[in-house]
Design a protein around this ligand. Structure first.
Ligand code: NAG
Ligand code: NAG
Ligand code: NAG
Length: 365
């Protein structure tokens, strides 16, 4: 369509540019800071690094300047959150790859959908997780080991609390300040739009899921590797575990609407389904129904599944039947070479052959 138009004159061009900039300015919504992932592996050496161009909202800029040494951890969390989302949705029609476009998100992540709910939840969770870990491994002087649990909580004789636990209390507090800084308007008031309320809630779900995942890790001591004595500390699981838990919640996201409270003029979100008066604090919420993500559609932000890899003869989510939405698939072969038949020669080297394998693969039409 663009190629058929005559070249736009300067005025149209400037209008378009202004439009793009204006729309672009809020397209990333409250997760615009995820764009920090593009700054991975760069040093945060000066407070001048805390600039708007990094995707930070004005209240985040202050947090950035005050916590410069935590910023590499924030960047790391953006990467981890986005990677985990893509891992968790690898076989789904919507596969989370659209988040990589941040700060210019598509409609799938700005209209109030359950996919948006997941992305907000996972971003907030990743931030809390990364920061809590940064505390215990000594990446920052802003925090250190989490508090030792009281000895009364020791269930067994043969272990004692010690070591350095993840400081989830600090992680939660920093995480909340950082994410929710995007949900405040210029006058410093908490935004009350339906979208802001949804995003705020889902940020909280992300924090809660990390908090409730805090478990125990232990180290054995004893003669020749026996486990006569153990030292244990509070530790968070790998983030993939949290990503998977959150995906379970994604499946049961509650559709909500905004309602004025009976007492006073304030508004709140309530489940749309009649007969249910509240949603729980651990449930993700959304207010816009999602498309089936089968075909491309700008309005919903669906990119469609054409060209996606799928498997035949299964009934899983990644099956061609489900992935290709009845359009069918192309099959093709791919030749891969790998090391095989390795032999160990004493002492000390390994010799391998090179094998080629022919893979039968399928892609959606
Ligand atoms: C911070 O600023 C320095 C100096 O301008 C630059 O080299 C570095 O890449 C910046 N870091 C980030 C994360 O933008
Ligand atoms: C996710 O979907 C997009 C769009 O169809 C595709 O380009 C991308 O390769 C997919 N990613 C994975 C990991 O399958
Ligand atoms: C690949 O496609 C061709 C033609 O569509 C079909 O005859 C063949 O059985 C397919 N092979 C596999 C392994 O599915």
């Amino acid at each position: 369509m663009w190629t058929r138009m005559r070249p736009p004159n300067l005025r149209t061009f400037l209008c378009l540019l202004a439009f793009t900039v204006l729309v672009g300015a809020h397209r990333g919504g409250a997760v615009k800071w995820l764009a920090l992932y593009r700054r991975a592996h760069r040093p945060w050496s000066t407070t001048r690094n805390c600039s708007r161009s990094s995707g930070l909202a004005s209240r985040q800029l202050r947090l950035c300047r005050d916590n410069l040494e935590l910023m590499p951890t924030v960047v790391h969390s953006a990467l981890v959150g986005m990677e985990t989302c893509q891992n968790q949705f690898r076989d789904w029609r919507w596969n989370c790859s659209s988040v990589l476009a941040v700060p210019n998100l598509n409609n799938d992540l700005i209209r109030g959908t359950r996919e948006q709910a997941y992305v907000y939840g996972i971003s907030s969770a990743a931030l809390v997780h990364s920061v809590s870990r940064a505390c215990s491994i000594g990446l920052t002087s802003k925090c250190s080991c989490g508090p030792l649990p009281r000895p009364i909580d020791e269930p067994e004789e043969d272990f004692k609390w010690g070591g350095c636990g993840d400081d989830v209390t600090f992680g939660l507090s920093f995480g909340e300040q950082f994410t929710d800084a995007t949900l405040v308007n210029k006058k410093g008031r908490v935004k009350q739009s339906k979208k802001a309320m949804m995003n705020r809630h889902n940020f909280r779900v992300g924090r809660e899921i990390v908090k409730s995942s805090l478990g125990r890790a232990c180290k054995c001591h004893g003669v020749s590797g026996s486990c006569a004595q153990r030292t244990c500390w509070k530790a968070l699981p790998d983030f993939e575990v949290i990503g998977a838990k959150l995906r379970e919640r994604y499946k049961r996201t509650v559709e909500v609407k905004r309602k004025r409270k009976k007492s006073g003029g304030s508004k709140s979100l309530v489940p749309k389904r009649p007969g249910r008066s509240q949603f729980r604090q651990d449930e993700l919420v959304h207010y816009e129904r999602s498309p089936d993500y089968c075909s491309p559609d700008d309005k919903t932000g669906s990119v469609g599944t054409e060209g996606r890899q799928c498997t035949v003869g299964t009934r899983d989510r990644g099956s061609c039947e489900s992935m290709c939405c009845g359009r069918g698939q192309h099959n093709y072969t791919q030749v891969v070479t790998e090391r095989c038949g390795c032999k160990y020669f004493w002492c000390c080297y390994v010799e391998c052959k090179t094998c080629t394998k022919v893979l039968q693969l399928n892609r959606c039409r």
